[in-house]
Design a protein around this ligand. Structure first.
Ligand code: ADP
Length: 193
């Protein structure tokens, strides 16, 4: 199994690059943002609980997303590997993920961290808001709250994986193809190792 985390702030291109990477490497895409939005669309109790946090640009409580990821792992026993997108977002989530993977006899191979400036992030998210239909993309205050949450709680996740020497910084500005090539190169190196 080859498991990777695509890491970076909101708007750094995780979703776009994930789509390409799962196609190239045959991985199962697990995006907590997508999973939460589908819970909201289905008006489930979990979705309803999550929505109030998401609408404010805040993180959904750890136990909710950890349980969601745990079920997703159990529901995909045949996967060649997982690409985690938007998860883990806190140190507690990272610790929980390590445990879950460990129980399955596997681990995270690499954390690819996309580097994008704050001005570029805000620009991209406002632009995405014009077409995405995502209510958290249309308002600049909510966008800035999400970036603040990232800096306050999520940036520490990179430090957690640095301890295990698993983090690779990747330039997240440039063309989609250029960034995809940089990410692929990192993955190829690890797969060959
Ligand atoms: P983005 O990468 O643009 O922030 P996502 O689709 O990954 O968008 O997430 C949208 C929202 O869903 C986040 O702002 C947060 O409220 C919630 N969310 C997604 N993943 C997590 C997570 N792992 N932990 C807590 N909240 C999450």
């Amino acid at each position: 199994m080859f498991n990777l985390i695509l890491f970076g702030p909101p708007g750094s291109g995780k979703g776009t690059q994930s789509e390409r990477l799962i196609a190239k490497y045959g991985l199962k895409h697990l995006s907590t943002g997508d999973l939460l939005r589908s819970e909201i669309a289905g008006a489930t109790p979990l979705g309803m609980a999550a929505k109030s946090f998401m609408d404010k640009g805040q993180l959904v409580p750890d136990e909710v997303v950890i349980e969601m990821i745990s079920s997703a792992l159990d529901n995909n026993p045949q996967a060649n590997g997982f690409l985690f997108d938007g998860f883990p977002r806190t140190t507690a989530q990272a610790e929980a993920l390590d445990k879950l993977l460990n129980q399955k006899g596997t681990e995270i191979a690499v954390v690819l961290a996309l580097q994008v400036s704050k001005d570029e992030l805000v620009k991209r998210l406002l632009n995405r808001g014009l077409t995405s239909g995502r209510s958290d993309d249309v308002n600049e205050d909510i966008i800035r709250a999400r970036i603040d949450e990232y800096e306050r709680k999520t940036a520490a996740v990179a430090d957690y994986y640095k301890k295990y020497d698993k983090v690779e910084l990747v330039k997240g500005e440039g063309s989609i193809d250029e960034i995809f090539d940089l990410l692929s190169k990192e993955i190829d190196e690890r797969i060959a190792a």
